[in-house]
Design a protein around this ligand. Structure first.
Ligand code: CAA
Length: 263
């Protein structure tokens, strides 16, 4: 179908309603570069539009989620190249354009841009032994795909500053303890399975309600509490215009399972 034929990613449907995107650039530990993002963005946009899909899982291999931006692709870039092409802008489409929930299942290395991409997902799951970090300082640069902002919001300023200024790695176990990851699993298989199970659960709910829930939670990252609560209230009121609100509440009252119309 139209979701095949990619070179650097594989797409599958492990469970009803779940789109699984797996990075497939094993020889470079899934290092991230423009051709991969063209494919990823294309696939995510198609999954976002696909009525059968309710949530997406993004993963790599057991060895690497993604070992960061492709250093060999970047090393000769000039300021004009970077500024002229708005380097990295292409990477953030997942965070700006995709309305369905994305869960990152992080095993192995998630460094630099790999860690940033994992943080762009709506929910991060990790295996305990995963290796995360923002090592850009060691290359004479800084995080460029949102790491300084998303890591800081998640773990607080002092810890984020320490991680970004030292370039020290941290484990999946730590990521979960600090609240950066929602759950940590013993093994990579359990991590992927856990992400797929959660995606399947999300996909079983009203697409309209899920979309609205993601939208309002994300607003909390940009708005102050007062404006955020006002925004939530407007969207909440809007839910009473949906069929699924009537369906969900009628089913509760009748002690039945709701049959969502996603409308
Ligand atoms: N870019 C390009 N190639 C990479 C890469 C990267 N980020 N990470 C790994 N590779 C390549 C290696 O060059 C190697 O290729 P060759 O076989 O052709 O030499 C192959 O993947 C396997 O890697 P290693 O032999 O290094 O594997 P290892 O198990 O010994 O080490 C590692 C694994 C610790 C992850 C190590 O590969 C490493 O340190 N990678 C770089 C990590 C990094 O600095 N990432 C941040 C990049 S900067 C960034 O992301 C900017 C941003 O904010 C957007």
């Amino acid at each position: 179908t139209e979701l095949s034929g990619y070179e650097y990613i594989n797409i599958s449907t492990p469970r009803p309603g779940v789109g699984l995107v797996t990075f497939n650039r094993p020889r470079a530990l899934n290092a991230l570069f423009t051709p991969l993002f063209r494919e990823l963005n294309d696939a995510l946009r198609k999954l976002d539009k696909d009525a059968e899909v309710g949530a997406v899982v993004l993963t790599g291999s057991e060895k690497a989620f993604a070992a960061g931006a492709d250093i060999k692709e970047m090393k000769d870039k000039t300021f004009s190249d970077a500024y002229g092409d708005d380097f990295i802008e292409l990477w953030s489409e997942m965070a700006s354009a995709i309305k369905k929930p994305v869960i990152s299942a992080v095993n192995g290395y998630a460094l630099g841009g790999g860690c940033e991409l994992a943080m762009m997902a709506d929910i991060m799951y990790v295996s305990m032994g995963a290796t995360l970090g923002q090592p850009e300082i060691k290359l004479g640069i800084i995080p460029g795909a949102g790491g300084s902002q998303r890591l800081t919001k998640a773990v607080g300023k002092s810890k984020a500053m320490e991680l970004i200024l030292t370039g020290n790695n941290f484990s999946g176990k730590e990521a979960e303890q600090w609240g950066l990851a929602a759950k940590a699993f013993q093994t990579p298989e359990e991590c992927l399975e856990g992400a797929i199970t959660t995606a399947e659960r999300i996909a079983s709910y009203s697409r309209i309600a899920v979309k609205a829930a993601k939208e309002v939670v994300n607003k909390s990252q940009d708005l102050g509490v007062r404006e955020g609560v006002e925004y939530e209230r407007r969207v909440f009121h809007g839910m009473f215009g949906s069929k699924d609100q009537k369906i969900g509440m009628a089913a509760f009252a009748a002690k039945q399972k709701p049959e969502w119309e996603n409308a």
